[in-house]
Design a protein around this ligand. Structure first.
Ligand SMILES: *Cc1c(COP(=O)(O)O)cnc(C)c1O
Length: 358
């Protein structure tokens, strides 16, 4: 009997049997021609997904590895950290621990970052880098990336570092067109792979910057990644299993079509939003800035969120999240990331109805 609890938490998300089977394939050596072929074969599909002409690089680490790496490689002196929730707030702390000067552009949790606020900070001339989380997973806020990127691009010496861990492949991100210098994502959220891999791409400006920055370390040195990627390899032994899983996922994405994948997320997200309204809850994020891949529901009805989470697990073997950090109990989060469809999200919502009724 299958007794596993299906994940509708906003990461890690449910991994399909097909992906897990790919993950379990026999390992190959990472310096042989089979690996080179494998790595090379992923570049076309990955560049399409990243909307870039740059190489897409693979790191055997969770997203924070590349988030920290971005700081260590790209911040010369002082970074502006756009902060609107748990993940984006943490970046300030990480930058400081890496010995960089860092300043917060903080908005209350639940609110988005604006291009105007970023431009105003950068106009001081104090910053050489900006960190931004596209989709703040803790609050369900989707930041206006195009507007913020346009603001940063008024300052040619400022590099823009963007985390798209929970939005990548769920919504389009025009990496090259927007002038994003480093776009990163993780494996276990929007891509629905097992946790432990991250993917990223760098602009020429980013590589140029890295050359002039001391203390890049080794494991996350972007120039090591570049050198190896040019030979279709990774600097150190990668999780080959993840790369097989990624290959399988890219086949799925090609079969569905990228535009259809975006449309599916739009449709499942709309379904959740309709449910929120029907059940008389509010949204934690304001209209116009709501994530397309997860919904942060404001507990405006004052229900016992922990009880709902535990009932859903016991009765239906489905896992949702009962609110992140300071939002525990005040919100709950429903994910429609990865492989979820109108049918599977519909099932989740019917089960939630059941648990809220009795
Ligand atoms: C989950 C998450 C992270 C952290 O990812 P790890 O894989 O735990 O390193 C970073 N950013 C966002 C937006 C996330 O949702």
């Amino acid at each position: 009997m299958d007794t596993h609890t299906k994940l509708f938490i906003p990461g890690p998300v449910e991994v399909s049997a097909k992906t897990l089977a790919a993950f379990a394939r026999p390992v190959i050596g990472h310096r042989g021609s089979d690996f080179v072929k494998l790595y090379e074969s992923l570049q076309g599909p990955l560049r399409d997904l990243f909307q870039t002409k740059q190489m897409v690089m693979l790191s055997t680490s969770s997203a924070w590895g590349i988030m920290e790496g971005a700081i260590r490689n790209l911040v010369r002196e002082r970074v502006l950290c756009c902060m609107c929730g748990a993940f984006s707030d943490k970046w300030l702390d990480v930058a400081q621990r890496c010995g960089k000067q860092a300043e917060a552009l903080q908005v209350p949790w639940g609110q988005p970052i604006t291009g105007a606020a970023v431009a105003e900070k950068l106009a001081t001339g104090k910053f050489d880098a900006v960190t931004l989380i596209h989709n703040e997973t803790s609050t369900g806020v989707l930041n206006p990336l195009a507007e913020i990127a346009a603001a940063v691009r008024q300052f040619p010496n400022v590099v823009l570092i963007v985390d798209s861990v929970s939005s990548f492949s769920a919504v389009p991100i025009a990496t090259d067109e927007l002038g994003i210098d480093l776009l990163l994502t993780g494996s276990q959220k929007a891509l629905a792979l097992p946790p432990g891999l991250s993917l990223f791409t760098c602009s020429d400006r980013a590589f140029e910057r890295a050359k002039s920055v001391e203390g890049r370390g080794y494991y996350f040195d972007l120039l090591e990644f570049k050198k190896n990627a040019e030979a279709n390899m990774t600097p150190s032994t990668p999780s080959v299993s993840h790369i097989y899983a990624l290959q399988s996922k890219l086949e799925d994405i090609a079969a569905e079509g990228i535009a259809a994948r975006h449309a599916r997320h739009e449709a499942t997200n709309t379904l959740v939003h309709d449910w929120v309204r029907r059940q008389g809850f509010d949204f934690f994020a304001p209209e116009g800035f709501r994530s397309k891949s997860l919904t942060c529901v404001a507990n405006s009805r004052g229900i016992d969120v922990a009880d709902l989470v535990s009932k859903l697990k016991k009765r239906h073997r489905l896992a949702i999240d009962g609110g992140y950090g300071q939002l525990k109990g005040k919100t709950f989060r429903l994910s429609n990331m990865g492989d979820e469809t109108v049918e599977t999200v519909g099932h989740l919502l019917a089960c939630l109805d059941d648990c809220l009724a009795t």
